[in-house]
Design a protein around this ligand. Structure first.
Ligand code: FMN
Length: 329
């Protein structure tokens, strides 16, 4: 991984560059592939995509790759703000290089707001939590905060509350999951990342891999829960009845995916600060046909980018593996 940068940069007044790179590397990513290459250059953190960590079957258009890199961008920006610096974000800075996704340039001094500090401190605490969730703990105030956080990333957070809409989303999820699992290429790609990884801290280790649906099988059709956890093999004590949120954008171009990735990370960090757990319901947005149907379900004007389960956090989740960031030049 070339997350290179000095630990302390004298010219930039004791800026902790390694902390910026480490924050970026804590972003979520599909299959935990960590498809970014974070570089420190000329007073800025550059976010490049790492094509070797793309998922050509699950994510042929690299949409989820850009979401993950957008989330990494948001983390770097917040970590920089927490160090009391202005942060100037530029997306797709080089028109000739589609893999160069963002720069976060260090600006002059500006103390972080308390909200920014809280989000930055949540970066290492945020986890994808696949346990059963009760959505009734996601009250109106936090919903409004989540909507506003998404809007700051030019995205829309839409809660799916109606019984018919939830049923329709569930049907799309099951259909997409079955389509993916019946594709040998999808399973081969899964096996490469989930239950093996790349030996460099990306992917998920075998003991975390899980292909069969959980016993409750409501929303967590594809997850990577620890099969060593006996609760996993029994019907859960609490039903899985999460709040469901679709993060959507007006456009569906690379820049919109990067925006949505930043919005996603703000929503996830806000959830962490608010004592909420979150995980992904990815299949319906990964399969083109079900994504188009979900778009229609949302009224036809927005592109769904991410579906999240949300609920009150009940347990601590151990950190998943990460690629090493050495913070050296
Ligand atoms: C676009 C995207 C799609 C994801 N899809 C799934 C999924 O279908 N199932 C799942 O359990 N986790 C999913 N994840 C979560 C990743 O597995 C998780 O981010 C990664 O393992 C790192 O763990 P962390 O989020 O706890 O840091 C997804 C993450 C992203 C960004």
């Amino acid at each position: 991984m070339s997350t290179r940068g000095p630990t302390l940069d004298g010219a930039l007044g004791g800026l902790d560059v390694a902390a910026l790179l480490a924050a970026g590397a804590l972003a979520p990513s599909s299959h935990n592939a960590q498809p970014w290459d974070l570089r420190w250059r000329g007073g800025a953190v550059e976010v490049h995509a790492d094509p070797a960590r793309a998922l050509p079957v699950c994510d042929p258009g690299h949409r989820e790759l850009r979401l993950a890199c957008g989330a990494a961008t948001a983390n770097v920006r917040l970590a920089l703000r927490a160090q009391g610096r202005r942060a100037h974000v530029r997306l797709l800075p080089d028109p000739d290089d589609p893999w160069f996704l963002a720069t976060i340039t260090v600006g002059g001094p500006l103390p972080a707001t308390s909200a920014e500090e809280a989000l930055a401190h949540a970066i290492p605490r945020r986890r994808t939590d696949r346990s059963p969730l009760a959505g009734d703990g996601v009250g109106p105030r936090v919903r409004e905060e989540i909507r506003r956080a998404a809007q700051r990333g030019r995205s829309w957070a839409i809660f799916v509350d109606g019984v018919p809409e939830r049923r329709a989303l569930r049907e799309l999820t099951v259909r997409a999951h079955e389509r993916q699992q019946s594709d040998p290429a999808f399973r081969a790609e899964w096996d490469r990342w989930v239950g093996g990884g790349d030996g460099d801290g990306a992917g998920l280790p075998r003991e975390l891999a899980r292909r069969a649906p959980r016993p409750d099988c409501t929303w967590r059709l594809r997850d990577f829960a620890a099969s060593a956890d006996p609760d996993d093999e029994r019907p859960p004590a609490a039903p899985d009845d999460p709040a469901l949120l679709v993060l959507a954008t007006t456009l569906d171009q690379p820049i919109a995916h990067l925006d949505a990735g930043q919005a996603l990370q703000h929503v996830l960090l806000l959830a962490t600060v608010s004592g909420l757990a979150a995980s992904f319901v990815a299949p319906p947005v990964e399969v083109g046909e079900t994504r188009a149907e979900l778009r229609r379900l949302l009224g036809g004007a927005l592109w769904p980018q991410v579906v999240l389960r949300l609920g009150v956090r009940r347990r601590a989740v151990p950190p998943p593996p990460r690629r090493r960031t050495d913070g050296t030049c």
